[in-house]
Design a protein around this ligand. Structure first.
Ligand SMILES: [Mn+2]
Length: 210
């Protein structure tokens, strides 16, 4: 079966003292053992308390680097810190960067990448909406969840698009790539469901759409 290779990272929190920083992202992307088909970022690019103009510019430059220099498509969602930073309206539309356009769950297709991403932006900080109950259930390979969520709140006290591990597993996706919790946590091995964690670059192969 054909597989799609993804590199995924999360919770960069540019501006935060503990952020691994954009330099970490550049180096980790360059140093990856695989040449991926696409990059995924699961939200909180900017820290809501600490991000400055320079951090916003760094975030935009990183996304441009991925799409222009590495010539890879980027799929991402906004997190609660991105919302709280107030800077999302000033983030430009960049060719090759794919994100939900509205405030619901959206299907994202990337030209040349045989996957269907199910993604949702966080739109408030906090965002306690029971939105993820509407994630579509599928019965074929090639579907991936890209979400910024607390799941059941086991690892964070910040409410964010709550759901359950059981619900995510029952959607039938090849993986659910999560942001919001800063420690890497694997909720389910196969299919992979978990938080990638701050300063981690996840390499994952996912069976392609038939
Ligand atoms: Mn978050």
């Amino acid at each position: 079966m054909a597989t799609v290779r993804l590199l995924a990272f999360a919770d960069l929190h540019l501006g935060k003292k503990k952020s691994p920083g954009v330099q970490w992202a550049y180096e980790s992307l360059a140093g990856a053992a695989i040449r991926p088909d696409a990059i995924v970022f699961t939200g909180d690019l900017l820290d809501k308390k600490k991000a400055t103009e320079a951090d916003l510019a760094d975030g935009i430059a990183l996304f441009r680097h991925i799409t222009r220099d590495l010539t890879l498509p980027l799929v991402h969602v906004w997190g609660n810190h991105d919302v709280g930073s107030g800077m999302i309206p000033r983030f430009p539309d960049l060719p090759g960067v794919h994100r939900p356009r509205g405030d619901g769950i959206e299907e994202i297709r990337v030209p040349g990448v045989p996957l269907l991403f199910h993604a949702a932006n966080v739109v408030a900080d906090p965002d306690p909406r029971d939105l993820l109950k509407d994630l579509p259930r599928v019965n074929e390979p090639g579907h991936v969840g890209v979400l910024h969520t607390e799941v059941e709140g086991q690892y964070t006290k910040n409410p964010c698009l709550p759901t359950t591990q059981e619900h995510l597993l029952s959607r039938g996706y090849g993986a659910c790539l999560l942001g919001h919790v800063h420690s890497p946590v694997v909720l389910n091995d196969d299919p992979w469901i978990g938080w990638i964690g701050m300063g981690e670059m996840l390499e994952i192969d996912i069976p392609a759409l038939g």
